[in-house]
Structure formats: C-alpha cells, structure tokens
Design a protein around this ligand. Structure first.
Ligand SMILES: Nc1ncnc2c1ncn2[C@@H]1O[C@H](COP(=O)(O)OP(=O)(O)OP(=O)(O)O)[C@@H](O)[C@H]1O
Ligand code: SF4
Length: 674
C-alpha cells in the first residue's frame, strides 16, 4: 500500500503499517529533512526494519540526487538476511506498482565465508579466507598461467578458482547486478553458481552502484575495511545502525587488543616464518623485495598500490574477515590517504629487516610484561612513552605498523593470512598506541594472564562516520534514556524519539518467577551464583515447562560463564537427563559456526515434532536477529537479567573514564548496557 508521510508517498509492503511504524517513519523523515542524526527507539518486533527501508526508499526515489544511498548496518549475518528479505518484499512491490521512479538496487555484503561457492576452497582446512587467497593471489595466478602454456583460452589452470577467473575476464570485469531487485546472500550464491562469477567479488563490485547496501557494522566502523569498501559513499548517504544497543561494544572492541602467552608465542612463530621467507627471497634476488622498497621510498601509498594490485585489497579484507572481525583491524580512524602517508613518512621501517626487528623488540617487551606475573594498570600515553623509549622509536613509526604489515605480507607472498593473526594484533597494538593519546588504558592482568590495550571511548570509532555522513540513525528496541547514546558517542541528535508498541494486536504476557519450587529465592546475581539451590531450582523450572510446552523452548542466560556453570551442574545432578526425556537439548557456544549448527539442529528437532530446548545467551547469536516464530518458540525463558560484571578492572576503568569525560554515572552506564 501507499502511505502518505507528510506529503511523501511511501510504498509500504504490508497491508497496513502499525501506528508506531507511522510515527517511526515520520521521525525518520524529520531527521532526513534536517540532514541530521537520529536516535529512535521502538520495541523489538514492531517492524523498524521495514519502516526504515520504506521511508528511505521513498526519499531516495523522490529526491534521487539529494539522497542516493541507504547503508543498513547489522550486527550478525542472520540480521542481515532478515533485512534483505524485507528489502526484497519492498522492491518487488515497486516492480508491481504503477508509480514511476528510478529502479532501486539492493545488495548484501558479507565475508567470503558466507559467499564463496567454490567447493575446493569451502572444504579447505586453511579456512575460506586463506584458501581463497591461495587460489586468487596475483603471484599464484601468474605462476599458474605461466606453468600452463598451451592451455585452451577458456580453461582454468589447476590451483585457481574458476569463479574468480571468470569474474576477472574482460567480459565480466565491469559486470554489475541488475537493478530493480534485492540480492540476499543466498541469491548472490545462486547467481554466482549460475553465472560462474564469484559472488563475493561480484557483491563488492556492485556495492558502489547499489542504492541500498546491507552489511555488518565493521564495514563502516573499521577504518581499514571501510576505506576499501565504503570510501566512495557520499556524505548524503543515509546510514542506519540497527540493534544499536550493541554499538558501544562493537566500537570499543574494534579498537582494543588482547594478548596472552599463547598469542605471543604464536606471534614469535609468525616472525620466524616471515624472516625465513624474507631471507629466502633475498637469496633468490626476488624482484618483489626491491619493488616494495622502491614504492615506499617513492611515496606510493598503500591505497594506490591496492588500486594497482587487487589482491592487496584482499589482504586487508582477509584480515578483517577473521573470527574476531573488525577488532583485528584498528587504525587511526583517519582517511586512507592520511594512514598511508604515515607509512610513507616512516623510512625507519621501509626496510623489511628493520620492521621485523621492531616487531621482535616489541614482542620481547610484551613477553617480559606478561611473564612478570604483576598486575599493572596505566594510561596508554604513559605506556607508549615507555615503549618508544625502549624501542628507540617515535610514535609516528608505531602508528604505521599495521599498514606496514599488510604491505609486508603481500610482498612476501603470504596467502595463509589467518595464521598471522597474532602478529597482526601486535601491529594493531602499535598503531593504536601510536595514534591515540587518550581514551585507552593498558592493563596487565596477572590473575587472568591477559594483557589488554582497551579502548574506553566508543566515540573514537564512531567519529569518522558521524562526521562524514549527514544522517546517521541509531535505532534499537532499547536505547533509553535517549540522551545516553548521543553523549556516549559524542554527537548531537536532530531527532531523539521513543515509540511504544501499540497493543491492539495479540501480545504475550510475561511471568516473573522469583522463587523456586523449594521456595528459595531465584536470582542470577553474582554473589549467589555458587549457591547450588539456584541451579537446582532453575533446573526444576525448565523441566516443568518442558513437560507441558510443545515444540521449541528458547532459553537465555545472562552470560556464557553462567550458562556453562549451570549446564555443568545440571549434568552432574541429572537435570539434563530428565530434560532430555521431554525434548532434545542444544547449547549455543561462542564459536559462530558451532552456534549456527546448534540453532539449525534445534529447528530440525522442532520440525520433526520431537521438540527441543535451546540454551543460549542474552546478546548472543540466537538472541538477536533470529526469529523463533511459530513452533520454534512456544516459550522463552530468561534465567536472570544480563547485568555486566561490575568488578572487572576493565569495566571499572571504563566507568571512571566515562564519568570524567562525559559525566555519565556508573548506574546510568550499567543500566544502559544491560
Ligand atoms: N505492518 C506490518 N504488518 C504485518 N507484518 C509486519 C508489519 N511490519 C512488520 N511486519 C513483520 O513483523 C516482523 C517483525 O518485524 P522486524 O523484525 O522488522 O521488527 P524490528 O522492529 O526490526 O525487530 P527487531 O528489533 O527484533 O529487529 C517481521 O517478520 C516483519 O515482516
Ligand atoms: S574467488 Fe570467490 S568463489 Fe573463488 S574462492 Fe574466493 S570467494 Fe570463493
């Protein structure tokens, strides 16, 4: 149907918008009219996604030159697929509607792990990113073609990816997905299989031409990924961060580095591999070494190099697609050219030998701290001063370390990027220390045997986005109080609104259980977690529920630790065995692949009529972006409220920083982070 929002005709793909959706669209329009940022809160399940897509599409179609693109950022791939499904519905409506207007193109972008269609790579023990690189890197292709002279022009030499070769052929080089449709990840894979073109590179090639781009937060928040994927987006792009109650975590994690003894040892092994490769290439008089040095001396930036050598961009993205995602790739948050000029202006590390020596010195310094078994806490500025003194280096050299590593890995023809994650963390640590003078803390936690460089200020990651784009929309079901996020992220909101859910449709009534079957108090608070009656009573509760509720039951614990503790006790006390008499039990773990598998098998068990229980964690994979509709979610159980562990050193440092810097009180922060 067509809805009129203050004289703007909005195509809406459902029979009728809910009253709160009308209010939401009106608010969003006010923000766009004012070219300003917005904070809009509306409960989960009230249809924020379709409201945003409909209003923004109407705006883009009405004023195609003023607002040319919507970038919709989600936290997980499941959320991304949900958005793409709604976009598809909407774009189909445009196709059947009589009204004219420019055809829109919507595309989702995710890592190669989600888009690759080449079996050999998908089954490789190296992992998709590294295996893809091993099949597509320029040096690999050069050698493969060199070694297979006489091959028919359409044949692909052994060891290369046929989907990439076809994508790189003259005929497909500028191919863009046709407009008038929304391409979900599965559509892209299907298209790739049909056309023989790599879906991942096709999606990336289409992004600059798409009106609606759906991808994860990191593609905008991580400067290194963003400069490859999102740098062409104009300032009039409408940017949406959905489920934005996660934004603080994502921003601070993206700019933090955590190291332990195992990672430091691995970094040492990484350095040995690079040194050996370097000496080997030197002995062979490899031209690449000389070329890299010359490029750096001549001042050719990494950005320019990446334009000439597509697989250098791959290097940057491959690193970001690693399990920790964007957290692997912190840089200054400045523009690409700024970052690159850092490297060009650091002759101290132009030579590979000198750079490897710097990394070795840094490694030995960090090993000394971690092995000292002393808990220490100091400002990043003081730590950097000591480090520079020890390494006899200036801060600007530290700052260039991440880019120097990318260039080095490419020069030394390293395909298996994923196994260099530890070294990358080391170079990221340098870059962060060399870039920021405030908003960070360095903690060596002897008890946890962890060394942290922790970002205390989420606004550092958000600033480039908020400064560049005129309209950034922060939205979620829980953002109150509405002043909180603008203050935390340092921006002024032109619109800040909260809309409640209208109750004229079927709603559920939650029940709060405060006592167990033995009448003792039920709580997940830290001080009583060791009390065995808590696990026993939660166990009795879930068994009673499973006895009477058919199909699927989804349970949420406040944290993985608490869930593991309870599950262990349930195993020892036989609760799990009793529960399994009624339903199959699946547990979500922190590993994304395992969690996805648990959720899929939970669904299968529900489909087969056996019924199942899914044990998961608030803010985990199952908690956001997945609809447990119909028989998948006949009942939801929340075991306690997910409060943060307020005694952790990091959190104490964060609270103190936010109080001083933004006048945010501890209780305000903790209750907003629930
Ligand atoms: N006006 C409507 N009429 C009927 N169904 C609707 C309407 N608006 C949205 N829906 C459907 O309701 C469901 C919930 O919407 P959606 O998940 O987008 O809500 P949300 O506010 O984005 O929730 P969350 O915060 O959980 O992401 C979706 O399946 C969507 O297709
Ligand atoms: S180029 Fe594409 S299809 Fe080929 S291995 Fe890489 S991601 Fe997979």
């Amino acid at each position: 149907m067509i809805v009129d929002i203050e004289d703007l005709s909005v195509q809406f793909p459902y029979a009728e918008p809910y009253p709160e959706q009308l209010q939401y669209m009106k608010s969003l329009k006010h923000a766009l009219d004012a070219s300003g940022h917005a904070v809009i809160e509306m409960p989960s399940g009230t249809g924020k996604t379709v409201s945003i897509l409909s209003l923004a599409s109407a705006y883009m179609r009405r004023w195609p030159l003023a607002y040319r693109r919507l970038v919709y950022c989600t936290r997980t791939v499941e959320e991304m697929e949900k958005v793409l499904k709604e976009a598809k519905l909407l774009l189909e409506k445009f196709q059947t509607s009589a009204r004219s207007g420019p055809e829109l193109l919507c595309v989702g972008l995710a890592s190669r792990g989600h888009l690759c269609v080449f079996d050999e790579v998908l089954q490789s023990p190296l992992g998709v990113d590294s295996a893809c690189r091993a099949h597509t890197a320029s040096w690999v292709r050069e050698r493969a073609y060199h070694g297979s002279r006489g091959l028919h022009k359409n044949d692909v030499p052994n060891g290369l990816c046929p989907f990439f070769e076809r994508f790189s052929s003259d005929a497909s080089q500028n191919f863009i997905l046709p407009a008038g449709a929304a391409y979900s990840l599965s559509d892209l894979r299907e298209f790739g299989m049909r056309s023989g073109l790599c879906p991942y590179f096709l999606a990336r090639q289409t992004v600059p031409f798409a009106h609606i781009v759906v991808y994860s937060y990191q593609y905008l928040l991580d400067p290194r990924v963003s400069r490859v994927v999102s740098s062409d987006f104009a300032t009039d792009t409408i940017v949406v961060f959905d489920e934005a109650h996660n934004i603080d975590n994502v921003c601070t994690e993206a700019f933090s580095v955590e190291l332990n003894e195992r990672l430091l040892q691995q970094a040492g092994r990484n350095l040995n591999v690079l040194s050996a490769r370097f000496h080997d290439m030197k002995l062979r008089g490899a031209e690449r070494l000389r070329q890299e040095y010359e490029r750096l001396v001549r001042g050719v930036s990494l950005a320019e190099q990446a334009q000439q050598h597509a697989d250098m961009q791959i290097a940057a993205l491959a690193l970001s697609d690693s399990p920790r995602g964007a957290a692997e790739l912190p840089t200054s948050g400045s523009s690409a050219t700024d970052d690159m000029s850092d490297l060009v202006a650091c002759p101290e590390i132009h030579s590979i030998g000198a750079f490897l020596k710097l990394l070795r010195q840094l490694l030995s310094f960090l090993c000394g701290i971690v092995e000292s078994n002393l808990t220490t806490e100091e400002s990043a500025l003081r730590f950097t001063t000591i480090l520079c003194d020890r390494l006899q280096m200036e801060r600007r050299v530290l700052r260039a370390a991440s880019d120097r590593l990318i260039s080095l890995l490419w020069t030394l023809e390293i395909s298996d990027i994923a196994s260099f994650i530890s070294l990358q963390r080391l170079s990221d640590l340098c870059t962060l220390l060399g870039t920021h003078t405030s908003g960070f803390i360095v903690i060596n936690d002897a008890e946890e045997r962890l060394f942290h460089l922790a970002c205390l200020d989420a606004s550092l990651a958000m600033r480039p986005v908020l400064n560049k784009f005129k309209s950034v929309v922060i939205t979620s079901g829980t953002l109150s109080p509405l002043w909180f996020y603008p203050r935390l992220l340092s921006f002024r909101a032109a619109v800040a609104e909260s809309f409640p859910m209208s109750l004229d449709r079927a709603c559920l009534c939650p029940v709060v259980v405060t006592r167990g079957s033995d009448q003792s108090h039920l709580s997940s608070q830290y001080s009583t977690r060791n009390d065995i009656s808590i696990a026993r009573n939660y166990g009795e509760l879930i068994i009673r529920v499973a006895e009477v509720v058919p199909d699927g039951i989804v349970c949420f614990f406040p944290s993985y630790e608490f869930m593991q503790e309870i599950v262990m006790r349930w195993t020892e006390s036989g609760v799990l065995d009793r529960l399994r008499e009624h339903k199959l039990v699946f547990v979500e773990t922190q590993d994304a692949g395992e969690a996805g598998m648990a959720i899929n098998h939970f669904r299968l068990a529900c489909d087969s009529g056996r019924g199942a229980v899914l044990l998961s964690v608030a803010r985990g994979r199952a908690a956001e972006g997945i609809d447990f509709e119909g028989h998948y979610g006949r009942c939801a159980l929340l075991f306690g409220v997910p409060f943060q562990y307020s005694e952790s050193r990091l959190l104490r440092a964060r609270i103190s920083y936010l109080r001083q810097r933004y006048q945010i009180r501890e209780d305000e922060f903790l209750s907003s982070m629930r």
